[in-house]
Design a protein around this ligand. Structure first.
Ligand SMILES: [Zn+2]
Length: 376
C-alpha cells in the first residue's frame, strides 16, 4: 500500500491549510477508512486543530472520479490532433469522461504554470500575437493572444476574446449575423482588453527576468499600442526605455529571422496539433471554457513535454526559458501526485477565467458548471 501523509489540512480557514516545507503538517489523527472500486481502501483523517475531516481522495487529481485513466496518455493524444471521441474510443471511455479528465489536467497545468512563473528568471525578450480561431460557430470568431519567449518558445500566457465576424459575407450571412447579434454580442474593444491582460504578463516576465530591458515584439495591430498606452505601469516603463515595444508588419516573410517567428511557429503548431483549430474541421470548439482548458493542457505539453526542436535533443521549452531547469526543481514531473488547490494557487486574470470557467460562450447566458471541489 502507498505511504501517504496529508500535506496540509483540507479546510481553507484552518491555520494548517498553507503547507510549510520546513515544518510538515502533523496535526491530524487517522479517522477510519472506506473502500472504493477504483482506489481500494481509502484512509480518512481528522485535523486536530479545526476538526475538519478529509481523506486520501481529497488530495488526488482524481478526486470524485470513478476510473483511473492516464493523464499523460490523454494529453499526448489531445496534442497529436486526436478528437475527443477518438481519444475516448482509444482508451475505452466516453467523451464526457475525456472532457472531465482534460478539465482536471488543465487545472493542474495552470497551477504548475503559475507556480513556475514565480520561480523562473527568464533571460529573453517576448513576442505576443493573436491566434485566430472560432468557438460555437463561424459567426463567432475569436482571438487567442499568446505571449511567447523569443528564444525559448515557452508560452508565458494565453488569453481569449470573442470577436465580431467581419470580412466578406453573402447577404444571407449578413442577415444571419444580425439575427445572432440580437441574442449575443461580443464585448467592444475586445482585442485591446485581452492584450492588456497579456501585456501585464509581459510586465511580470520583465520583473522576474534577468534583463535590465525587455523588448515586446508584436505586429502593427492598433489595439496593442492603445492597450500599452492606457496602462499606467507599462506606459511609464516604455517612457523610461525599460520596456521597448517593437512592431513588425504581419505581411513580413514568416521566416526564422522574423522577430515574430515564435508566435508564427506556434500558430502553425496549434493548427497542426489541436484538432479543433485545424482548418475546415468538424470538431470545432462548442464552449469557450472547454476550449481554453484544452489549450492550457496543450500549452503544458508544448512547454514541458515536447522537445524544443525535434533534432536538438530532449531539452524542452521550459528548460530553455529557465536556465536553472526550474521545471524539474519545482517537481513538475510529479504533477499528477497531488491535486492543485485553488485556495493555494495565485493565478493571473486569464488563468482565473479558465480555472473557474468564467469565459462567456456566445449565445449562452448561464455560467458553466464547475464542480465544487475545483474551488477548494
Ligand atoms: Zn485543520
Amino acid at each position: 500500500m502507498e505511504s501517504f501523509s496529508p500535506p496540509f489540512c483540507a479546510c481553507a480557514s484552518c491555520i494548517h491549510h498553507q503547507p510549510h516545507p520546513s515544518s510538515p503538517y502533523c496535526a491530524y489523527v487517522p479517522w477510519g477508512s472506506y473502500t472504493t472500486k477504483a482506489f481500494g481502501r481509502v484512509p480518512r483523517y481528522r485535523c486536530t486543530a479545526c476538526g475538519a475531516t478529509f481523506s486520501r481522495q481529497t488530495f488526488r487529481v482524481d478526486y470524485y472520479a470513478k476510473r483511473i485513466l492516464s493523464y499523460q496518455d490523454i494529453i499526448q493524444r489531445l496534442s497529436s490532433c486526436e478528437s475527443l471521441s477518438a481519444i475516448g474510443r482509444a482508451v475505452g471511455a466516453s467523451t464526457d469522461t475525456i472532457s472531465n479528465r482534460i478539465s482536471r489536467a488543465a487545472r493542474q497545468a495552470l497551477a504548475l504554470s503559475a507556480d513556475l512563473s514565480a520561480f523562473m528568471h527568464p533571460d529573453e525578450d517576448v513576442v505576443a500575437d493573436g491566434f485566430e480561431s472560432f468557438c460555437r460557430s463561424q459567426y463567432f470568431p475569436n482571438n487567442i493572444t499568446l505571449l511567447v519567449g523569443s528564444s525559448s518558445q515557452y508560452v508565458y500566457a494565453a488569453d481569449h476574446v470573442t470577436l465580431r465576424r467581419k470580412g466578406r459575407m453573402t447577404d444571407q450571412q449578413k442577415k444571419r449575423r444580425i439575427k445572432l447579434e440580437a441574442q449575443w454580442k461580443p464585448q467592444p474593444r475586445g482585442i485591446e482588453k485581452s492584450f492588456s491582460r497579456i501585456a501585464y504578463e509581459a510586465l511580470r516576465v520583465y520583473v522576474q527576468g534577468k534583463r535590465p530591458m525587455l523588448t515586446l515584439w508584436t505586429d502593427e495591430h492598433q489595439s496593442y499600442t492603445l492597450a500599452l498606452a492606457r496602462s499606467p505601469h507599462l506606459s511609464l516603463l516604455i517612457q523610461q526605455g525599460l520596456i521597448r515595444h517593437r512592431m513588425v508588419s504581419s505581411r513580413a516573410a514568416r521566416t526564422k529571422k522574423n522577430p515574430l517567428f515564435p508566435v508564427n511557429y506556434l500558430d502553425r503548431e496549434l493548427r497542426k496539433d489541436l484538432h479543433e483549430h485545424a482548418r475546415e474541421t468538424v470538431c470545432f470548439g462548442r464552449n469557450v471554457n472547454r476550449q481554453m482548458e484544452r489549450l492550457s493542457v496543450y500549452l503544458y505539453w508544448h512547454n514541458m513535454m515536447k522537445s524544443h526542436r525535434a533534432r536538438e535533443g530532449p531539452r524542452n521549452n521550459i528548460e530553455y526559458a529557465s536556465n536553472k531547469a526550474a521545471g524539474s526543481e519545482r517537481g513538475w514531473k510529479q504533477l499528477w501526485a497531488l491535486r492543485a488547490w485553488r485556495t493555494l494557487t495565485e493565478l493571473s486574470d486569464s488563468m482565473v477565467k479558465t480555472w473557474e470557467r468564467l469565459w462567456m460562450t456566445p449565445l449562452t447566458e448561464k455560467r458553466d458548471y464547475l464542480p465544487w471541489y475545483a474551488l477548494m
